[in-house]
Design a protein around this ligand. Structure first.
Ligand code: PFF
Length: 451
């Protein structure tokens, strides 16, 4: 039943469709929810600067590396490595990605479920004004309840499953063709609205005026690298899987740069949207993960037309999460379908069920399973730390080593599709020496608690 030929040959209709889907994968909860609280906790502009630097120096070259493996291998995360490096252990990189994808999706659907529920509360008017006891208490008791969050998380997952089941052209490409333009319009609208608020200037200063003394703070580098990886979806072979559906004639380099830039632009616009509001209403920007679910709603409740802003914001957050969740599900599904030979439908249902069960554990970790902790981390924190801080960077490191050292220089450069000799040399130098060294320093440093 191995379908590597026929069924495995689903492809993107256009290169632009691929770009939108890859941008859809990149732009997600990471840009809005994660970026804003990590930047808020790590000094704003200084963090942004280092994050931008890492995106350019490591993120985009690594994205090209990952795309080049998928396009040359023309298979899923595991199959592509098996094809390019038969009889070696390199395919374990892909397997680690598959496991990482399942883990990320498990907690991603929990937060997406919260977002969907908030959208519902805004549509019905329930959160237009501060609930009794405040938004903080409302959020805390909602995430701690045993059943309700599971319903919204399940609903979100079912929608994701239905899209992925339809395949690349009919499901994933079509959905992103609608979501991405809509997302861009809504986000720009909200950012422009944010700029009209009274405290906009302070918000912009927080985001764009670096505090140079912070550059000596090592933990900012670690957080910025993790954020760059998470935000660009690199290191777990999700992007590799997407690029395997490209047609031969569709070139990689310009698409890669376009995707990297768009993801970064989205993060900056999201920052403008959120911090102009945060500073206009005098709230602490470093309020952590609840920023989006507690701080913003209380701001919306007191700002002009806040109810409309709330509706638009949670539509935006849910849509952004959705297009990323689709790519996270496609990664293991492609492996089950193409390498293990399951039908796409069976693969989607099996993985979807595993994700749901793990997600239930992550959700209950905020309530009745709150006692399950490791070093002060609940179940979701453990999944987040294991993936963002270990699996993604390790996967990325293995990929640059694979292309830089296992493949020959000729193969690597041919697969990258870079044309000018200068860019070829610069990229090869980066993936062979500079990126591995920086990554090992940061990874080892964090492992030993230096960073
Ligand atoms: N890039 C997504 C975000 O910023 O929310 C998260 C993500 C999606 C990570 C897909 C990894 C991935 F393969």
């Amino acid at each position: 039943m191995n379908q590597t030929g026929g069924i495995g040959h689903d492809q993107w209709k256009t290169r632009f469709g691929f770009m939108l889907a890859a941008m859809g994968s990149a732009v997600g909860l990471g840009n809005i929810w994660r970026f804003s609280y990590v930047a808020g906790e790590n000094g704003g502009a200084t963090f942004l600067l280092i994050y931008l630097f890492f995106t350019l120096l490591i993120g985009i070259p690594l994205l090209l590396t990952e795309f080049s493996i998928g396009k040359a291998g023309k298979m899923d995360a595991v199959g592509s490595f098996k094809k390019l490096a038969p009889n070696t252990k390199w395919h374990l990189t892909g397997l680690m990605g598959v496991v990482g994808g399942i883990l990320i999706l498990s907690f991603y659907t929990v937060v997406s479920g919260w977002s969907l529920f908030y959208l519902y509360r805004y549509l019905t008017g329930a959160y237009w004004t501060e609930p009794d006891g405040g938004f903080g208490a409302a959020f805390d008791s909602w995430i701690a309840s045993p059943i309700a969050p599971l319903f919204w998380q399940g609903l979100f997952l079912v929608a994701t499953i239905l899209i992925v089941m339809q395949g690349i052209k009919k499901g994933i490409e079509r959905a992103n063709n609608v979501f991405m333009p809509a997302l861009a319009v809504l986000m720009i609208l909200l950012a422009v609205y944010g700029l009209t608020l009274e405290g906009a200037k302070d918000g912009l200063a927080f985001l764009f005026t670096p505090d140079w003394s912070q550059l000596t703070n090592p933990s900012i580098y670690f957080m910025a690298m993790g954020q760059a990886f998470f935000s660009l979806s690199i290191g777990i072979c999700g992007m590799l899987t997407y690029s395997s559906y490209l047609k031969e004639k569709d070139r990689l380099p310009a698409a890669t740069v376009g995707i990297g830039i768009m993801d970064t632009v989205f993060a900056v616009i999201a920052g403008v949207m959120i911090f102009t509001a945060v500073f206009s209403f005098d709230v602490d920007p470093s309020s952590g993960p609840p920023l989006v679910f507690i701080t913003l709603p209380s701001i919306f409740a007191s700002m002009p037309a806040g109810n409309v802003v709330g509706i638009v914001f949670f539509i935006l957050l849910t849509m952004a999460a959705f297009s990323s969740a689709i790519s996270l599900l496609e990664l293991p599904v492609a492996y089950f379908h193409r390498t293990l030979g399951f039908t796409r439908k069976a693969a989607t249902l099996i993985i979807g069920s595993i994700v749901f069960v793990l997600g239930v554990a992550a959700s209950l970790g905020f309530g009745i399973w709150g006692g399950v902790q490791l070093g002060g981390n609940n179940i979701m924190d453990m999944m987040d730390n294991l993936t963002a801080n270990i699996i993604l960077p390790l996967g990325g490191l293995l990929m640059v080593l694979f292309v830089g050292y296992y493949l020959t220089k000729e193969q690597a450069i041919k697969n990258s599709e870079l044309e000018t000799p200068f860019l070829q040399s610069a990229w090869y130098l980066l993936i062979r020496y500079i990126i591995p060294v920086i990554m090992v320093v940061i990874l080892v440093g964090s492992l030993f608690g230096i960073i």
